[in-house]
Design a protein around this ligand. Sequence first.
Ligand code: PLP
Length: 390
Amino acid sequence: MTNVVYLDNNATTRVDPRVLDAMLPYFSDYYGNPSSMHSFGGGVAANIRAAREHLARLIGASPDEIVFTSCGTESDSTAIRAAIESYPAKKHLVTSRVEHPAVKNLFESLSKKGYHTTFVPVDGEGRLDLDYFYDSLSDDTAIVSLMWANNETGVIFPIEEVSRGVKERGIVFHTDAVQAVGKIPIDLGKTGVDMLSLSGHKIHAPKGIGALYIRKGTRFSPFLIGGHQEKGRRGGTENTAAIIGLGKAAELAKQRLDAGDYQRVSKLRDRLEEALLGQVPYTMVNGDRKHRLPNTSSVAFEYVEGEAILLMLNEYGVCASSGSACTSGSLEPSHVLRAMGVPFTAAHGSIRFSLSHYTTEKEIDFVLEKLPPIIARLRELSPFWAKKTA
Ligand code: PLP
């Protein structure tokens, strides 16, 4: 295995070896089509059913409410487009200012096509402005789409409470739970969520597999129209090996949640954060530290460039990110940090560390040994720092 310290698990995760083992026979021995009449294909269909059950158990759903898709992005698009098609007279859509591009960019594109869109603001800690949110809802609202947890800061929105409020008003509620599933307990029975998106590659399954939960009774129209797969809700021959992998990953994720494994991860994350805040001046944590995913930390090192930090960490084999994988590479500070009003000098020097249950204490120690001197060196070169300390 490549020798890296991998703290970029919100971008993607390593496939668990047990997931890979479960998948491999579906590339070789069990290649039958699950839709076939013969028992060679039927056997595959039975195992897909088992995978669906595992996934349903992870989120407190019933197996027939799960539709397999190709990724989180497809699930998001499918859900939002389905609501729009199901309620053609309604022209208003609601989301937040801090969504992943999979939702944000779709909303922006729909606003150019005649839909009236509301992007609800967040406060300085990344928390949803609930008064603004409820005031924005009307009889014309076709769908509310709010992420369960933010991919950059890890901040968790109060989805259980908010979804019930939306449901009472008879509006469809979708949540992008790509970062939340498998990291925090989710019991959809306790919520008013009508549709939920998730993605395999964030929970140690492979890339190219996702799922959409569709609550029984929700009006729905498919995005991919074709065969009768997924009970007519998503055409296309099933990605059998990946579905089996996602089922296994869901089973393992549930075991980890039940065993409280994420407490160990959050302790490691907190140790990293506390040590950085203690050792490096002009450093702060972005987002509400109380209501946060256990694995995520967005740390702002003022007066340095995030990209420069990442390049120097990369020299030591440390993988982190300067925002979401999709926004890094651009010099614009992330829309999430801008929406939170993080000052320019801090937003530019923000690094996201995202841990997993594979992360070890030794790896955190290694980062703590290397990172403070990197920041000190970069600040020596920074004109902003020179001005600050003049
Ligand atoms: N939504 C969130 C919150 C994400 O973090 C991501 C990926 O980073 C996605 C959606 C997109 O998921 P996928 O890469 O499976 O399309």
